[in-house]
Design a protein around this ligand. Structure first.
Ligand SMILES: [Zn+2]
Length: 427
């Protein structure tokens, strides 16, 4: 009897597997992002969540449902390696106190769905502003199939020193409020905070090694954590198999972050020849996040909370672009990260245009937001290119973004894991 039940179970599963439909995507132009080639009139076959074939029209069997993108350019879903879906508004350091964690989760879910609609199928959260880890509850809801949404990895919070970029530095002493970051001083507090982060879902640890531009009362040029504290953080995270991303603006901070084993440097504003060489030597990724500055400089320049950042952007931008151009030419692995703290979804892809401004080819810029970021996330076997065996995270634009990189701000079609999220005929 038991054997019979097992046999029935196996047969049912075989039928289920067999019944999975194969869909064919007709691609006018196809950029797989695996290499620098653009294919014309290509076909992608998708079965379930995965890509099962990439080739030409010969792949299509009678009866396959067809998604006709023959008027479009098709490419992998975009990966943003630096976002904060729960941060918004001018008083961003205290906004998390104005709504409950439930409200933050609902608002955040809407935000990440908008980003998915704009073509971002995977996000890495660089610490976020909810003490109850609403962002990982959003991930739980998405991954369990309750709501459509992007793939999410990242850090629950940014770890900051007292008085650092994750602290609230404009309140009188004695005002006890919970800051957006996790405030940690000394080795023991760092270990406890990292254990808590991992317990509640962080698969990255985020450390604010230097001061920040967008916070009040700290200096982005200062190094905040001691060597002992940084090495403790890396030791604790790595022992648990969790990589560390380190926010660092100033040269000393960038150096310390690389030497202590950061997987990625976030921002790296005052990059120079020495730090470029160090990035290469240690095979460290750089996520420069140029777009956040551009947004508050050019689009929303009246934003009071961002004044410190705007000034910095004006003062350092030219030199920064020059150094990034050098870093690119020398072969530093540079990833796309918008640092979205509440600006419109369509503006996130401006980061690709910023990369082209410092001299990257449009093809390499697109790869920075797909293939390179998948490798940064250690998910290169599943994501980042259009290849057999990978998740069918696929987007399309009307015109070829290699001709006009801003086309990535107008993504027309989005598929995540084989499910069509945004149809061509719907807005
Ligand atoms: Zn950030």
């Amino acid at each position: 009897m038991k054997n019979l039940l097992t046999l029935i179970f196996l047969l049912q599963n075989m039928i289920l597997v067999h019944a999975q439909e194969t869909t064919a995507l007709l691609c006018g132009q196809l950029i797989t992002a695996k290499d620098d080639v653009v294919h014309s009139n290509a076909v992608i076959l998708v079965e379930g969540e995965k890509i099962i074939a990439v080739g030409n029209q010969d792949l299509i069997q009678p009866g396959y449902p067809i998604i006709d993108l023959s008027d479009h350019t098709v490419m992998p879903g975009l990966i943003d390696a630096h976002v904060h879906p729960l941060i918004y508004g001018t008083e961003y350091q205290t906004n998390h106190l104005k709504g409950s964690s439930a409200f933050n989760a609902l608002r955040g879910l809407k935000t990440v769905q908008e980003w998915l609609h704009a073509g971002w199928t995977t996000l890495r959260i660089a610490g976020d502003a909810d003490t109850q880890y609403a962002h990982f509850e959003i991930r739980k809801a998405i991954d369990s199939g309750m709501f459509p949404g992007p793939r999410i990895v990242g850090a629950g919070h940014y770890l900051s020193i007292t008085g650092g970029g994750g602290d609230i530095n404009y309140l009188a002493p004695g005002q006890v409020v919970i800051p957006d970051g996790l405030i940690v001083d000394g080795k023991d507090e760092i270990r406890r905070a990292i254990r808590q982060e991992i317990k509640y879902g962080s698969d990255w640890i985020k450390l604010l090694v230097t001061g920040a531009f967008m916070s009040t009362g700290d200096n982005p040029k200062n190094v905040h954590f001691s060597d002992e504290e940084i090495s403790t953080a890396v030791d604790e995270a790595h022992r648990r198999g969790v990589p560390v991303m380190m926010h660092a603006h100033a040269k000393e901070g960038i150096k310390k972050a690389i030497l202590h084993g950061a997987r990625s440097i976030e921002h790296g504003t005052f990059l120079d020849a020495e730090t470029i060489d160090l990035l290469l030597e240690h095979d460290t990724y750089l996520v420069p996040t140029l777009t956040v500055g551009t947004y508050f400089r050019e689009v929303d320049s009246g934003n009071v909370a961002m004044t410190k950042a705007e000034r910095s952007q004006k003062a350092f931008r030219e030199n920064r672009l020059k150094m990034l151009g050098h870093a690119y030419k020398k072969g530093v692995k540079i990833g796309i990260g918008s640092d979205n703290v509440g600006f419109p979804a369509s503006f996130m892809a401006n980061e690709f245009a910023e990369f082209v401004k410092f001299g990257m080819t449009p093809m390499h810029a697109l790869q920075a937001g797909t293939k390179t970021n998948a490798a940064l996330l250690m998910k290169e076997k599943e994501l980042g290119t259009i290849e057999v065996g990978k998740f069918a995270d696929i987007i399309a634009t009307k015109n070829n973004p290699l001709d006009d990189i801003t086309e990535l701000q107008r993504v027309q079609f989005v598929m995540k894991g084989g499910v069509v999220i945004k149809h061509l005929d719907r807005k």
